[in-house]
Ligand binder design. Structure first.
Ligand code: KG4
Ligand code: ZN
Length: 347
């Protein structure tokens, strides 16, 4: 091996990643894909709280106002300059189109002016990659349960860049169900962390909410019936003037969601034959879900720490690093794809 080759192999790759798909403006800098040098997240949650959910137009405007500052801070925290960056990874879907375009246009401008590769990243594949940062020993293949505000999927992760969806929600995403129930109960936004906390004080077996598709062989989910059932319970209790025990409602609702997710994840492990189960996405922060999945026999369970479960750019940088190693590249024509699916390449 020539000296040049050795240098080539030992060269560290510095990735700058940008994430603006929803209500977090984020930039991270990673070394060799799995080591975080900086991870800057500016959350707009407080701005959207007044509206009970994310307002797309307000999200785009705030991304635009904050993106430069967040990138500068990420460079400063990592003690890097633009000249030190080897590649730019950016979320190009799925997400809110206006929000995605802010990050994507910024990333294109940077990649073009620095003359370095642009790596478009699927946000959901980013959530999966958050686990590589948290667990240095983790390698594909594995079965992955992705549960976020917009998505609920079971995925066969065949390699760092190959994904096959083996189960999906037929209506609401798990996080969406948490958010809607919290809003109905007047608990605020986002609902997941609030319900998770209040549920600790309640009895999960107090109310028998439906656990959809539990007895069926396939690995699809449905949460809209559960949502209606909680609403019916609240309305009929009010009509009958029965006092509503909020912690019991939260605990019983959460139990119904978690039981279904656990059952289908168990099926996914059996079908794929993998002995690793990975949890990803915002709902991966749920304490009851983490405990329930840990009970599945004969698997090693992985999930990221809370700050890497919810939206961040470090996960995008990690997914981008592996996409880049596989030769994937975007260009100035790359567009935002709001309904991008897992495993799809649309650039
Ligand atoms: O992945 P994420 O940050 O954004 C999307 O890509 O959608 O997920 C946000 C979702 C929200 O629905 C939020 O309520 C939920 O994750 N979430 C939780 C918890 N923390 C966040 N759901 C249940 N339990 C939690 N502790
Ligand atoms: Zn997300």
């Amino acid at each position: 091996m020539k000296e040049n080759d050795i240098n080539q192999n030992e060269k560290e790759i510095i990735t700058l990643a940008i994430e603006t798909s929803c209500d977090e403006t984020a930039c991270a800098i990673l070394k060799n894909g799995r080591e975080i040098l900086s991870n800057e997240v500016y959350t707009q949650i407080e701005i959207h709280q007044a509206f009970g959910g994310v307002v797309p137009e307000i999200a785009s405007r705030n991304h635009l106002e904050k993106i430069s500052e967040v990138i500068e801070q990420a460079l400063k925290d990592a003690d890097k300059r633009f000249e030190d960056i080897d590649e730019i990874a950016v979320t190009y879907g799925p997400g809110l189109v206006g929000a995605l375009l802010v990050g994507l246009s910024t990333a294109k401008g940077l990649a073009y002016s620095l003359n370095i590769p642009l790596i478009p990243v699927n946000h959901i594949e980013g959530h999966i990659a958050a686990n590589y940062i948290a667990h240095p020993e983790l390698k594909p293949p594995f079965a992955c349960l992705v549960v976020s505000g917009g998505h609920t999927h079971l995925v066969d992760v065949k390699s760092y860049t190959e994904f096959e969806i083996i189960g999906r929600t037929r209506d609401d995403a798990a996080g969406e169900a948490f958010d809607k129930i919290a809003r109905t109960l007047g608990l605020g936004y986002p609902g997941g962390p609030i319900i998770d906390k209040i549920a600790k004080e309640g009895n999960p077996l107090a109310i028998d909410f439906p656990k959809a598709m539990l007895d069926q062989e396939h690995m699809d989910f449905s949460f809209s019936g559960l949502k209606s059932s909680v609403l019916n319970y609240l309305n009929s209790s009010k009509m009958k003037q029965i006092e509503i025990n909020i912690p019991d409602v939260c605990a019983s609702f959460q139990y119904a969601v978690v039981e279904v997710l656990k059952h289908k994840a168990t099926q996914a492990v059996k079908r794929t034959g993998y002995n690793q189960l990975v949890l990803a996405g915002g709902v991966a922060a749920n304490s009851a879900l983490r405990m329930a999945l840990a009970e599945i026999p004969n698997i090693k369970l992985y999930y990221p720490p809370i700050n890497l479960c919810t939206d961040n750019a470090a996960m995008i940088g990690c997914a981008g690093y592996y996409a880049s190693l596989a030769g994937k590249r975007g260009n100035l024509e790359t567009n935002a794809v709001p309904n991008l699916k897992i495993g799809e390449n649309k650039y």
